[in-house]
Design a binder for this molecule. Structure first.
Ligand SMILES: *[C@@H]1O[C@H](CO)[C@@H](O)[C@H](O)[C@H]1NC(C)=O
Length: 176
């Protein structure tokens, strides 16, 4: 569950693989320990899940489109769904990260709002009619107190919040 930064080294050479690939398709190639990049050394295309399954390495993220907040919550790629859902908001509770206790979970969802916040995402969603942030989220946190600007860009909020949640998530652990 650690956040890892992977240094991507671009090999400016072609690598020979053992199968015919569709043009433009992105694949994961197992490079092994052999540094020989000549066509004499044929590499294997492996499932994109293999770096994380076999080495516990972070191998990027997947993107899922949802046209509303309930779609984000309900159309989980995990058949068991999300078992803990957190909202982030400047109107959320302010707790120091080191004092934050999260329950253990299998699939955690952390939601970020747009310019007008998650409150607007709830209001605009007909499936969440009449609900408030406390009905939709198990907890609602302000991960950047005294933000000093009217809004925080989502790409900035993401990094701030992932740092905020990193330790509480590690402490919570994975439930069975
Ligand atoms: C909500 O989003 C889901 C997933 O994108 C979609 O299937 C559904 O039609 C949307 N509902 C409304 C009322 O927009």
């Amino acid at each position: 569950m650690d956040l890892k930064l992977i240094l991507v080294i671009t090999i400016l050479q072609n690598v020979l693989v053992e199968q015919i690939l569709e043009q433009g398709k992105r694949v994961t190639v197992a490079m092994g320990t052999n540094r020989d990049l000549t066509p004499a050394c044929i590499r294997k295309v492996v499932p994109p899940s293999s770096p994380s399954e076999e080495m516990g390495s972070y191998w990027g993220y997947k993107v899922r489109y949802a046209s509303n907040l309930s779609g984000v919550i309900n159309d989980s790629p995990y058949k068991e769904g999300y078992d803990h859902i957190i909202g982030t908001s400047e109107h959320g509770e302010t707790i120091i990260s080191s004092e934050l206790i999260l329950p253990s979970f299998r699939h955690l969802l952390i939601a970020f709002g747009g310019l007008a916040g998650l409150e607007e995402s709830i209001e605009e969603d007909p499936n969440l009619n009449g609900k408030g942030a406390n009905d939709v989220f198990a907890s609602y946190f302000n991960t950047c107190p005294n933000q000093g600007s009217r809004t925080i860009r989502t790409e900035e909020a993401l990094l701030i919040s992932l740092q905020y949640f990193q330790d509480p998530i590690r402490r919570a652990g994975i439930s069975n």
